[in-house]
Design a protein around this ligand. Structure first.
Ligand code: ADP
Ligand code: MG
Length: 250
Protein backbone atom coordinates (compact mmCIF):
# COMPACT_ATOMS: atom_id res chain seq x y z
CA UNK A 1 0.00 0.00 0.00
CA UNK A 2 2.86 2.38 0.82
CA UNK A 3 6.26 1.93 -0.71
CA UNK A 4 9.04 4.28 0.31
CA UNK A 5 12.22 3.51 -1.57
CA UNK A 6 15.62 4.86 -0.70
CA UNK A 7 14.52 8.43 -0.12
CA UNK A 8 16.69 11.38 0.82
CA UNK A 9 15.37 14.66 2.14
CA UNK A 10 17.35 17.74 3.11
CA UNK A 11 16.35 21.13 4.43
CA UNK A 12 19.04 23.26 2.86
CA UNK A 13 22.27 21.73 4.11
CA UNK A 14 20.59 19.67 6.80
CA UNK A 15 20.34 16.08 5.56
CA UNK A 16 17.29 14.84 7.47
CA UNK A 17 16.29 11.57 5.79
CA UNK A 18 19.15 9.38 4.66
CA UNK A 19 18.33 6.51 2.38
CA UNK A 20 15.05 5.58 4.08
CA UNK A 21 12.98 2.66 2.80
CA UNK A 22 9.70 1.44 4.26
CA UNK A 23 6.95 -0.80 2.98
CA UNK A 24 3.52 -0.88 4.54
CA UNK A 25 1.08 -3.59 3.49
CA UNK A 26 -2.65 -3.10 3.16
CA UNK A 27 -4.31 -3.22 6.57
CA UNK A 28 -1.04 -3.04 8.41
CA UNK A 29 -0.52 -0.76 11.42
CA UNK A 30 3.04 0.49 11.68
CA UNK A 31 4.10 2.49 14.71
CA UNK A 32 7.15 4.70 14.28
CA UNK A 33 9.19 5.63 17.33
CA UNK A 34 12.49 7.37 17.87
CA UNK A 35 14.13 10.39 19.47
CA UNK A 36 13.00 13.95 18.84
CA UNK A 37 14.61 15.36 15.71
CA UNK A 38 15.27 11.94 14.18
CA UNK A 39 13.07 12.68 11.14
CA UNK A 40 9.76 10.97 11.98
CA UNK A 41 7.54 13.92 11.09
CA UNK A 42 9.55 14.63 7.98
CA UNK A 43 9.08 11.07 6.78
CA UNK A 44 5.31 11.22 7.34
CA UNK A 45 5.12 14.60 5.61
CA UNK A 46 6.99 13.22 2.61
CA UNK A 47 4.47 10.35 2.39
CA UNK A 48 1.74 12.92 1.90
CA UNK A 49 3.91 15.18 -0.26
CA UNK A 50 3.75 17.99 2.25
CA UNK A 51 7.52 17.88 1.79
CA UNK A 52 9.46 17.18 -1.38
CA UNK A 53 12.14 14.52 -1.45
CA UNK A 54 15.37 14.96 -3.37
CA UNK A 55 16.04 11.31 -4.16
CA UNK A 56 14.19 8.03 -4.15
CA UNK A 57 10.50 7.33 -4.64
CA UNK A 58 7.27 7.10 -2.72
CA UNK A 59 4.32 5.17 -4.08
CA UNK A 60 0.81 4.77 -2.73
CA UNK A 61 -0.82 1.63 -4.14
CA UNK A 62 1.74 1.53 -6.89
CA UNK A 63 1.21 5.16 -7.90
CA UNK A 64 3.92 7.76 -7.32
CA UNK A 65 3.03 10.68 -5.07
CA UNK A 66 4.26 14.15 -5.93
CA UNK A 67 7.19 13.44 -8.18
CA UNK A 68 7.22 11.42 -11.37
CA UNK A 69 9.98 10.36 -13.73
CA UNK A 70 9.97 12.34 -16.94
CA UNK A 71 12.79 12.01 -19.46
CA UNK A 72 15.01 10.58 -16.76
CA UNK A 73 14.32 13.47 -14.39
CA UNK A 74 12.11 13.78 -11.32
CA UNK A 75 9.42 16.38 -11.94
CA UNK A 76 6.31 17.42 -10.03
CA UNK A 77 3.14 15.69 -11.21
CA UNK A 78 0.19 17.73 -12.53
CA UNK A 79 -1.86 19.34 -9.74
CA UNK A 80 -4.98 17.32 -10.52
CA UNK A 81 -3.16 14.01 -10.21
CA UNK A 82 -1.40 15.23 -7.10
CA UNK A 83 -4.73 16.14 -5.46
CA UNK A 84 -6.00 12.68 -6.29
CA UNK A 85 -3.14 10.65 -4.79
CA UNK A 86 -2.96 13.01 -1.87
CA UNK A 87 -6.63 12.54 -1.09
CA UNK A 88 -5.83 8.87 -0.58
CA UNK A 89 -3.45 9.65 2.26
CA UNK A 90 -5.16 11.14 5.32
CA UNK A 91 -3.07 12.91 7.90
CA UNK A 92 -3.68 13.80 11.53
CA UNK A 93 -1.35 16.24 13.27
CA UNK A 94 -0.35 16.82 16.85
CA UNK A 95 -2.08 20.19 16.94
CA UNK A 96 -5.35 19.19 15.21
CA UNK A 97 -5.16 21.97 12.58
CA UNK A 98 -8.94 22.42 12.51
CA UNK A 99 -10.40 25.46 10.76
CA UNK A 100 -11.36 27.66 13.72
CA UNK A 101 -13.90 29.83 11.91
CA UNK A 102 -16.30 27.09 10.82
CA UNK A 103 -18.38 24.53 12.72
CA UNK A 104 -17.28 21.00 13.48
CA UNK A 105 -19.64 19.72 10.80
CA UNK A 106 -18.23 22.14 8.18
CA UNK A 107 -14.71 21.13 9.12
CA UNK A 108 -15.53 17.56 8.16
CA UNK A 109 -17.52 18.52 5.03
CA UNK A 110 -15.03 20.96 3.57
CA UNK A 111 -12.42 18.80 1.86
CA UNK A 112 -14.84 16.47 0.03
CA UNK A 113 -16.76 19.51 -1.24
CA UNK A 114 -13.75 21.50 -2.39
CA UNK A 115 -11.40 18.75 -3.55
CA UNK A 116 -13.81 16.05 -4.68
CA UNK A 117 -16.71 18.34 -5.61
CA UNK A 118 -19.02 16.23 -3.48
CA UNK A 119 -22.52 17.76 -3.25
CA UNK A 120 -23.28 19.55 0.01
CA UNK A 121 -26.09 17.18 0.95
CA UNK A 122 -23.94 14.12 0.45
CA UNK A 123 -20.94 15.67 2.21
CA UNK A 124 -23.15 16.51 5.19
CA UNK A 125 -24.52 12.99 5.38
CA UNK A 126 -21.03 11.52 5.36
CA UNK A 127 -19.76 14.08 7.88
CA UNK A 128 -22.58 13.25 10.30
CA UNK A 129 -21.85 9.55 9.94
CA UNK A 130 -18.17 10.12 10.65
CA UNK A 131 -18.89 12.35 13.64
CA UNK A 132 -21.09 9.58 14.99
CA UNK A 133 -18.26 7.13 14.43
CA UNK A 134 -15.85 9.21 16.52
CA UNK A 135 -18.52 9.77 19.18
CA UNK A 136 -19.20 13.43 18.46
CA UNK A 137 -22.55 13.45 16.65
CA UNK A 138 -23.94 15.93 19.16
CA UNK A 139 -21.08 18.40 18.66
CA UNK A 140 -21.72 18.98 14.94
CA UNK A 141 -22.81 22.60 15.32
CA UNK A 142 -20.13 23.65 17.78
CA UNK A 143 -16.94 25.47 16.89
CA UNK A 144 -13.49 23.95 17.47
CA UNK A 145 -12.86 26.39 20.34
CA UNK A 146 -15.76 24.93 22.26
CA UNK A 147 -14.27 21.44 22.28
CA UNK A 148 -11.68 19.72 24.47
CA UNK A 149 -8.38 18.69 22.91
CA UNK A 150 -9.49 15.07 22.71
CA UNK A 151 -12.70 16.06 20.97
CA UNK A 152 -10.79 18.31 18.55
CA UNK A 153 -8.50 15.46 17.65
CA UNK A 154 -11.44 13.14 17.06
CA UNK A 155 -12.92 15.77 14.71
CA UNK A 156 -9.56 15.92 12.93
CA UNK A 157 -9.70 12.15 12.46
CA UNK A 158 -13.27 12.37 11.12
CA UNK A 159 -12.17 15.15 8.79
CA UNK A 160 -9.32 13.06 7.40
CA UNK A 161 -11.64 10.05 6.97
CA UNK A 162 -14.11 12.17 4.99
CA UNK A 163 -11.78 11.93 2.00
CA UNK A 164 -12.05 8.11 2.19
CA UNK A 165 -8.29 7.68 2.34
CA UNK A 166 -6.60 4.35 1.78
CA UNK A 167 -3.95 5.19 4.31
CA UNK A 168 -3.96 7.23 7.51
CA UNK A 169 -0.85 8.91 8.87
CA UNK A 170 -0.81 10.08 12.48
CA UNK A 171 1.91 12.39 13.77
CA UNK A 172 1.93 12.25 17.57
CA UNK A 173 -1.86 12.57 17.68
CA UNK A 174 -2.04 12.50 21.49
CA UNK A 175 1.09 14.46 22.43
CA UNK A 176 -0.71 17.76 22.86
CA UNK A 177 -3.48 16.30 25.01
CA UNK A 178 -4.01 16.31 28.74
CA UNK A 179 -3.40 12.77 29.97
CA UNK A 180 -7.05 12.06 30.73
CA UNK A 181 -7.98 12.80 27.10
CA UNK A 182 -5.45 10.50 25.45
CA UNK A 183 -7.58 7.37 25.83
CA UNK A 184 -10.57 8.60 23.85
CA UNK A 185 -8.36 9.36 20.83
CA UNK A 186 -6.50 6.04 21.05
CA UNK A 187 -9.85 4.25 21.24
CA UNK A 188 -10.92 5.79 17.92
CA UNK A 189 -7.58 4.84 16.39
CA UNK A 190 -7.87 1.27 17.66
CA UNK A 191 -11.31 1.03 16.15
CA UNK A 192 -9.95 2.22 12.80
CA UNK A 193 -7.17 -0.33 12.96
CA UNK A 194 -9.67 -3.08 13.75
CA UNK A 195 -11.67 -2.08 10.67
CA UNK A 196 -8.60 -2.75 8.57
CA UNK A 197 -7.30 0.77 7.90
CA UNK A 198 -3.68 0.94 6.81
CA UNK A 199 -1.97 3.21 9.34
CA UNK A 200 1.41 4.72 10.12
CA UNK A 201 1.46 6.19 13.60
CA UNK A 202 4.22 8.24 15.19
CA UNK A 203 3.61 8.05 18.91
CA UNK A 204 5.17 7.78 22.32
CA UNK A 205 2.22 5.68 23.52
CA UNK A 206 4.03 2.41 23.92
CA UNK A 207 0.90 0.69 25.25
CA UNK A 208 -0.84 1.48 21.98
CA UNK A 209 2.17 0.23 20.03
CA UNK A 210 2.21 -3.06 21.93
CA UNK A 211 -1.48 -3.60 21.59
CA UNK A 212 -2.24 -2.38 18.08
CA UNK A 213 0.93 -2.30 15.98
CA UNK A 214 1.73 -5.10 13.57
CA UNK A 215 5.22 -3.64 13.30
CA UNK A 216 7.29 -1.07 15.10
CA UNK A 217 9.97 0.84 13.22
CA UNK A 218 12.64 2.86 14.95
CA UNK A 219 14.01 6.06 13.49
CA UNK A 220 17.32 7.51 14.64
CA UNK A 221 19.43 10.22 13.05
CA UNK A 222 17.48 10.18 9.79
CA UNK A 223 17.58 6.43 9.18
CA UNK A 224 15.32 3.53 10.07
CA UNK A 225 17.54 1.53 12.37
CA UNK A 226 15.16 -1.25 13.33
CA UNK A 227 11.94 -2.84 12.15
CA UNK A 228 10.14 -5.67 13.90
CA UNK A 229 7.13 -6.90 15.83
CA UNK A 230 6.27 -4.94 19.00
CA UNK A 231 7.21 -8.05 20.98
CA UNK A 232 10.68 -8.09 19.45
CA UNK A 233 11.33 -4.34 19.63
CA UNK A 234 10.16 -3.99 23.23
CA UNK A 235 11.73 -7.10 24.65
CA UNK A 236 14.83 -7.84 22.59
CA UNK A 237 15.79 -5.03 20.21
CA UNK A 238 18.90 -5.64 18.13
CA UNK A 239 20.16 -2.07 18.16
CA UNK A 240 21.78 -0.49 21.22
CA UNK A 241 20.28 2.83 20.10
CA UNK A 242 16.80 1.30 20.28
CA UNK A 243 17.53 0.05 23.79
CA UNK A 244 18.81 3.48 24.80
CA UNK A 245 15.71 5.19 23.43
CA UNK A 246 13.31 2.73 25.04
CA UNK A 247 15.02 2.98 28.40
CA UNK A 248 14.16 6.69 28.37
CA UNK A 249 10.51 6.38 27.38
CA UNK A 250 9.34 3.16 29.01
P1 ADP B 1 10.96 14.27 14.62
O1 ADP B 1 9.58 14.34 14.11
O2 ADP B 1 11.52 12.90 14.68
O3 ADP B 1 11.13 14.99 15.93
P2 ADP B 1 11.53 16.07 12.42
O4 ADP B 1 11.21 15.31 11.19
O5 ADP B 1 10.52 17.06 12.87
O6 ADP B 1 11.90 15.05 13.58
O7 ADP B 1 12.88 16.86 12.24
C1 ADP B 1 14.07 16.25 11.75
C2 ADP B 1 15.13 17.33 11.59
O8 ADP B 1 14.76 18.22 10.56
C3 ADP B 1 15.35 18.17 12.82
O9 ADP B 1 16.72 18.47 12.91
C4 ADP B 1 14.55 19.41 12.53
O10 ADP B 1 15.08 20.52 13.22
C5 ADP B 1 14.70 19.55 11.04
N1 ADP B 1 13.53 20.19 10.40
C6 ADP B 1 12.26 19.77 10.45
N2 ADP B 1 11.45 20.56 9.71
C7 ADP B 1 12.25 21.52 9.18
C8 ADP B 1 12.02 22.64 8.32
N3 ADP B 1 10.80 22.92 7.84
N4 ADP B 1 13.09 23.39 7.99
C9 ADP B 1 14.33 23.10 8.44
N5 ADP B 1 14.61 22.07 9.26
C10 ADP B 1 13.59 21.28 9.62
MG1 MG C 1 7.84 15.08 14.97
Amino acid sequence: MISVKRIHKSYGKLHVLKDVSLNVEQGEVVVMIGPSGSGKSTLLRCMNYLEQIQEGSIEIEGKPIGLIQKNGKLVEMPQKELDKVRSEVGMVFQNFNLFPHVSVLENVMMAPMTVKKTKREEAEKLARELLRKVGLAEKADMYPDQLSGGQKQRVAIARALAMKPKVMLFDEPTSALDPELVGEVLTVMKQLAAEGMTMVVVTHEMGFAREVADRVVVMDGGTLIEDGTPEKIFTAPDQPRTQAFLSKVL
